[in-house]
Design a protein around this ligand. Structure first.
Ligand code: 5RP
Length: 232
């Protein structure tokens, strides 16, 4: 008897491409949109090229996304020239059942939070590996003023976290804003709103990668069965 071949499962990158394309349905024609950063967003930006004449432009969350948008002929607008955005589309490192997220794996968390805060709706695009019960398994990115790094490492240790400076080519990574990133392992973030409030107040913290106040309103989750839409 002939058995039809089992279709090979989609790779993580194919799931990212799937949700990147699905996010086009959330772009509002005639309105400026906010664009995040990362490999999932790169797929979205590539798909957005087909709509470039339908939107006045985008506010970008990183130099990398700006370059990609401009290379595809999509106008990038200064955040300060825009009063508000209807939608912000970005990926996540983790997202929970409330739409709370950990972000910053691509070191763009500060601008991501700024642009997200300008938008009425946050549409998160992610492959299913990003969906978690509790935030914290992914090392939490925190953008910090370099002179505060050592004291912040000690503060995270008091919370049970092990913070380390993110390196690139053996040197401290420098963000688009000229600052450094700590990645904090060993945390279990059971109250993301309170955690974001607490850490944001520590002197020297520029941005903590918990997005609770700027949580997702919708998540397009890439699964082998297709795109699942989760609303919060
Ligand atoms: C960048 C981010 C990204 O959204 C996050 O790291 C997910 O990235 P990817 O889409 O490459 O998995 O927060 O700072």
């Amino acid at each position: 008897m002939h058995t039809p071949p089992t279709p090979s499962p989609l790779s993580q990158d194919e799931l990212k491409a799937l949700v990147g394309r699905a996010a086009l349905a959330h772009v509002v024609p005639g309105q400026v949109l906010g664009v995040g950063t990362g490999s999932t967003v790169n797929h979205f930006i590539d798909a957005l090229a087909s709509m470039r004449d339908a939107i006045p432009g985008a506010v970008s969350s990183s130099e990398a996304s700006t370059q990609r948008l401009q290379a595809l002929g999509i106008r990038v607008l200064d955040a300060q020239a825009v009063e508000g955005l209807s939608v912000y589309i970005d990926g996540a490192d983790e997202i929970d059942g409330h739409g709370f997220m950990v972000k910053g794996g691509g070191a763009a968390l500060t601008r991501e939070k700024i642009v997200a805060a300008m938008a009425q709706r946050f549409v998160c695009i992610a492959d299913e590996s990003k969906l978690v019960q509790t935030l914290g398994a992914f090392p939490l990115p925190v953008e910090v003023i370099p002179m505060a790094a050592a004291s912040l490492v000690r503060r995270f240790a008091q919370l049970g976290g092990q913070a380390s400076l993110r390196l690139r080519n053996g040197e401290a990574l420098v963000t688009d804003n000229g600052q450094h990133i700590l990645d904090v392992r060993g945390l279990s973030i059971t109250d993301p709103l309170a955690f974001e409030d607490q850490v944001s107040q520590w002197p020297g913290v520029v941005t903590v990668g918990v997005f609770a106040h700027q949580k997702a309103n919708v998540c397009l989750l890439g699964t082998p069965a297709g795109v699942k839409t989760l609303t919060y």
